[in-house]
Design a protein around this ligand. Structure first.
Ligand SMILES: [Zn+2]
Length: 428
């Protein structure tokens, strides 16, 4: 058993003093005790100033890290998400299996340094560059899991079902040939991975539809029926309403907005994560909040791609849950994701302190704890809490300028005068 004593630690109910964290041999908290009385001479106790839970990163496309910074130039009269995507597809074509694994390993190490303890890998490159499946169709899924294991980070692998290039089952484009599955081949992949990894520590298998434009109602229905047989509690993710064009195309196809269509036509519940959900009207915002699903927000990527701003204030007021992801990995900075989320709202509404609740007026506290809980739920793992039975994923912090406990997360996120010192995942 390892033991850490923190002068201050962020527990599920808030800050506590002199917290003794005991970690068992499987890397989980065996005991978490506040106001512990430990003599300064006690041996085998590691002493820290501040300990907080490590952050789950609920949305990642690992290969895109090697593309970061290589699309910051103009290619058209009006550059957009879609012109960026054309460059990204060309880049994705150039990577072989060993390069994909190398990039993911380096990225996951970087995430760990930034304070992330678990990644949701939204994994859609399945096949060789010419579109042929590998001898083992799960070869690149195994590569992502190995990368996470080598970096010492937890992973929820979300293999992605991608079948079409647009609403109404439009045939896929050439640049999408490495991504493609039908419901049957996809379910075979999930079944194989689920069986192989169900007892592997720090590995969880989930599922994902790339977006409404990449699947059909029939494929969604058949796939959900199959997934339900494999694991009815499996996390299910989908990109949704990231771009205005996608909303317009969806309305042209079915007369409904994407989030409204999904909530009416799929059993969206607490197992689901709707990634981005940037463009929602007032009814969709309320309905998503009430569904119990997580909104997967990726503020740095959404800013970089010119997606738009999530309707955070109304979503919080409706009781909505959310977490953060680094998505395209244009920058790996967990604190910047949270800071930008709030600053985007301030710049839009021309007010301050927007991400908060009546119970939690401190923006830093609200942002950090909401993202912990939402991220852990979206990824289906017991992380994000300093609590008995949870995986021992935590950060130690260095204090540059000390203040009262209520200000610690405000300082960490907004001021940088408290900083991340080390990341521990599974107690290591
Ligand atoms: Zn994404």
């Amino acid at each position: 058993m390892q033991r850490y004593l923190a002068k201050a630690a962020l527990l599920p109910n808030g800050w506590a003093d002199n917290v003794l964290l005991t970690i068992d041999d499987t890397g989980h908290f065996h005991d978490v005790q506040s106001n512990a009385e430990i003599s300064s001479a006690a041996v085998g106790v590691l002493r820290e100033d501040i300990i907080i839970p490590a952050m789950p990163n609920l949305h990642s496309h690992a290969f895109q890290r090697a593309f970061a910074g290589q699309s910051e130039f103009s290619t058209a009269a009006q550059d957009s998400f879609w012109t960026w995507r054309a460059l990204m597809y060309d880049f994705a074509q150039t990577l072989d299996a060993s390069e994909l694994e190398r990039i993911a390993t380096a990225l996951y190490k970087e995430m760990r340094k930034a304070g992330y303890g678990h990644v949701g890998e939204f994994h859609y490159i399945h096949h060789a560059p010419d579109g042929t499946p590998y001898n083992d169709p799960a070869a690149l899924s195994h590569a992502m899991i190995r990368a996470a294991q080598n970096a010492g980070i937890g992973i929820t692998l979300l293999p992605v079902l991608y079948a079409y290039s647009g609403f109404g089952a439009k045939p896929p484009e050439d640049g999408q040939k490495r991504f493609l599955h039908d419901a049957q081949s996809y379910l075979a992949l999930i079944c194989q991975l689920h069986k192989q990894y169900k007892d592997t520590p720090r590995v969880k298998i989930g599922a994902a539809f790339h977006s409404l434009r990449a699947v059909s109602p029939e494929i969604i229905r058949d796939t959900l029926a199959g997934l339900n047989e494999i694991d009815p509690t499996m996390p299910i993710h989908i990109h949704i309403a990231e771009q205005v064009k996608e909303v317009d195309d969806c309305i042209n196809w079915c007369g409904k907005r994407p989030v409204a269509w999904l909530l009416e036509n799929a059993p969206v519940n607490q197992n689901w994560c709707l990634v981005h959900a940037t463009h929602m009207d007032a009814d969709e915002t309320k309905a998503l909040a009430q569904s119990g699903a997580i909104a997967g927000l990726c503020p740095i990527t959404e800013a970089n791609l010119g997606d738009g701003l999530f309707n955070l204030e109304d979503y919080i007021k409706a009781g909505g849950a959310w977490g953060i992801g680094s998505d395209s990995h244009i920058m790996i900075n967990m604190l910047e994701e949270l800071r930008l989320l709030e600053y985007g709202q301030r710049l839009t509404h021309r007010r301050r302190a927007i991400a908060r609740t009546d119970d939690q007026p401190h923006v830093g506290n609200y942002l950090y704890t909401a993202a912990l809980n939402g991220g852990a739920q979206a990824l289906g793992v017991k992380t994000g809490r300093l609590e008995t039975g949870y995986r021992a994923d935590f950060l130690t912090l260095d204090i540059i300028e000390a203040a009262a406990q209520d200000y610690i997360l405000d300082q960490l996120i907004f001021a940088g005068n408290i900083v991340i010192k080390d990341t521990y995942i599974g107690g290591i």
